[in-house]
Design a protein around this ligand. Structure first.
Ligand SMILES: *[C@@H]1O[C@H](CO)[C@@H](O)[C@H](O)[C@H]1NC(C)=O
Ligand SMILES: *[C@@H]1O[C@H](CO)[C@@H](O)[C@H](O)[C@H]1NC(C)=O
Ligand SMILES: *[C@@H]1O[C@H](CO)[C@@H](O)[C@H](O)[C@H]1NC(C)=O
Ligand SMILES: *[C@@H]1O[C@H](CO)[C@@H](O)[C@H](O)[C@H]1NC(C)=O
Length: 555
């Protein structure tokens, strides 16, 4: 009897285990991943390090991969693209870096026709990787929880960053945007190959955070993306963000040429020299000189290596390309204190006991608004201090500093992008959110809300993957975000799909601008309207009407 039970249990267990993909045929050859058990009837097949393009030539567009014989074991992440380390003392990564990773959820039968979500990492166009930030085991961008809970395929991709990804002469000699071309090649590979993994190539959503979000925005605006994917999500960044665009690429290229000993008065000779220079030296030359700004200028000015108008992938000013984005459903938002980390560098007193002074607030505004001059600084100061009263508390003053940076770097550009999208679409949907979960970073003052990048741990399901370092409220929030995001990928509507959501999120339209406030307590009262419209109107109308003053060219 016991024996029979054991046998029966064994048979049951066997039939209870979920399906596996096994070896998959791609255009380059066969790949084999690894199956990870999630629940009793669910697994996720993980493929790491599949090449989507060949090793790229220096400052060249990515080329097709030549392919391979036999079965490639896709069980290890490949190198990140060559970049400076976080402390910027050396480089890490490789030029052989154009790889992607795929996470496929499986139930009892092999999945078919699943929606696909392609993630573009952030890191200021300078750092980062598809498998970045490994804390407590897996990478922050590990796709297993999202794939399993949302029943979608997650793909995470590498792209070139820093000098190797974004140096440009502003003309046909070195047009720039190599990192954006890499992303385009990766999305195109997914479109051509994902069916073999159980994905629906007509149901691709691209999503990203910070520079990855600005990248998503650029992919939406490029004429090369027509019909390539269906939907897009930007978290804390758009192509209109002031840090996401290099307007004077030749000046930056000359500055980098000086650092690597390639300065020549003849530009062609300078470019020839750069092309012969060691990539490691070039990458180090692209690092951020933080010491430069202490006391003068603002962090934003240091983020120099970024996409450019190249007359090809990005043919015009981003704000003039929204007709290209009109075909995609679009979901976008920011964190309530996205600018806090930058504000803390520009005005260090906000995170200390020291008083934050009126002069510091003015100084920040004049640093951010250099192109408009003193009258604009005074008007912006008036707008941001209107609620202060005669003797504002320090917490109010400090929070104002964080609000100014959040508005300028993230929130206002995102609201403009949402409006341009909604105003241009006929049929495609637009959704807006504000993420304001209290910060989990210890040691910050009490007025600090959601810091830059704090949304990602919830979206990627960390409260489920590492439950011991989170509370139930974090799992609630994580469940809500995964539900809205993956529903949106499935249907273009965050409210309908495989997952139940706590409240219906109404679309943002030309005449109606609702937004969802995202935290662990989502209810009917989480729907608000006209997010910070007083400030949006100020920056888009009053501020814009100040004439620009001439800026000296930095070299
Ligand atoms: C996208 O996927 C969903 C769910 O599988 C499906 O209902 C929808 O028809 C798909 N869309 C397209 C364009 O195939
Ligand atoms: C649509 O987008 C274009 C840029 O491509 C922009 O100039 C225009 O204002 C937008 N249309 C509307 C109705 O907002
Ligand atoms: C902050 O306060 C401390 C002690 O009151 C003082 O020593 C320090 O110089 C102050 N820092 C700034 C930047 O004002
Ligand atoms: C979008 O359209 C609305 C309604 O016509 C208008 O008020 C708003 O200024 C437009 N936004 C942009 C950025 O063009």
């Amino acid at each position: 009897m016991m024996m029979l039970l054991v046998v029966l249990f064994g048979v049951w267990l066997n039939s209870a285990s979920a399906a596996k993909l096994g070896v998959v045929q791609t255009e380059g050859g066969q790949v084999e991943g690894k199956s990870h058990r999630m629940g009793l009837f669910s697994t996720v097949d993980v493929f790491k390090g599949i090449p989507f393009a060949d090793v790229p030539g220096k400052w060249e567009k990515p080329k097709p991969h030549p392919g391979w014989d036999g079965v490639m074991k896709a069980t290890k992440y490949r190198d990140r693209c060559l970049q400076v380390t976080l402390l910027q003392t050396k480089t890490q990564g490789s030029e052989d870096c154009l790889y992607l990773n795929i996470f496929v959820p499986q139930g009892r039968r092999v999945s078919k026709n699943l929606p696909v979500m392609v993630y573009l990492f952030g890191g200021a166009f300078l750092l980062g990787a598809s498998n970045d930030v490994a804390i407590l085991g897996d990478s922050l961008y590990d796709g297993k929880e999202m794939a399993d809970r949302g029943e979608v395929i997650i793909v995470t991709v590498n792209y070139r960053v820093g000098t190797m990804g974004f140096l440009s002469t502003g003309d046909s000699r070195m047009p720039g945007n190599y990192g954006l071309w890499d992303q385009h090649a990766a999305i195109s590979w997914v479109r051509r190959n994902i069916e073999a993994f159980g994905g629906n190539p007509d149901n691709i959503t691209i999503f990203g955070q910070s520079a990855g979000a600005a990248s998503v925005s650029y992919q939406m605006l490029s004429p090369y993306s027509k019909g390539l994917f269906r939907r897009a999500i930007t978290q804390c960044g758009v192509a209109l963000s002031p840090w996401a665009h290099q307007r004077n690429p030749m000046a930056l290229t000359k500055k980098i040429a000086r650092k690597v000993g390639c300065w020549r008065s003849d530009e062609d000779e300078m470019i020839t020299c750069l092309k012969m220079t060691d990539p490691v030296g070039l990458t180090m030359a692209g690092k951020i000189d933080v010491l430069l700004i202490l006391g003068k200028g603002v962090v934003m000015d240091l983020l120099e290596l970024a996409p450019v108008i190249d007359g090809d992938f990005i043919p015009d000013e981003p704000s003039k390309l929204f007709h290209n984005a009109a075909q995609f459903d679009y979901l976008a938002g920011v964190n309530s204190m996205d600018g806090h980390i930058f504000a803390g560098v520009d005005v260090p007193s906000i995170n200390k006991k020291n008083a934050t002074t009126v002069e510091q607030v003015r100084g920040l505004l004049s640093g951010l608004t250099k192109e408009k001059g003193n009258a604009a600084v005074s008007s912006a100061y008036g707008v941001y201090t209107a609620h202060w009263g005669s003797a504002p508390e320090q917490a109010v003053v400090k929070k104002t500093v964080a609000d100014i940076e959040t508005d300028f770097l993230f929130l206002i550009p995102t609201q403009i992008a949402l409006q341009l999208h909604a105003n241009n679409t006929s049929g495609a949907k637009t959704y807006s959110y504000l993420f304001n979960m209290d910060t989990r970073i210890p040691g910050f003052p009490r007025w600090v809300e959601a810091e830059h990048a704090e949304d990602l741990q919830y979206l990627f399901g960390k409260p489920f993957a590492t439950p011991l370092v989170y509370f139930p409220r974090h799992r609630d929030l994580s469940g809500y975000m995964i539900a809205y995001w993956t529903n949106f990928a499935r249907t273009g509507n965050p409210n309908t799909g495989e997952s139940r959501v706590p409240v219906a999120w109404p679309p943002f339209t030309k005449h109606h601008q609702p937004y969802l406030t995202i935290n662990n307590k989502i209810s009917k009262s989480s729907i608000g309207f006209d997010l910070r419209s007083y400030y949006v109107n100020y920056w888009t109308q009053t501020y814009n009407s100040f004439p620009s003053i001439k800026r000296e060219v930095k070299e």
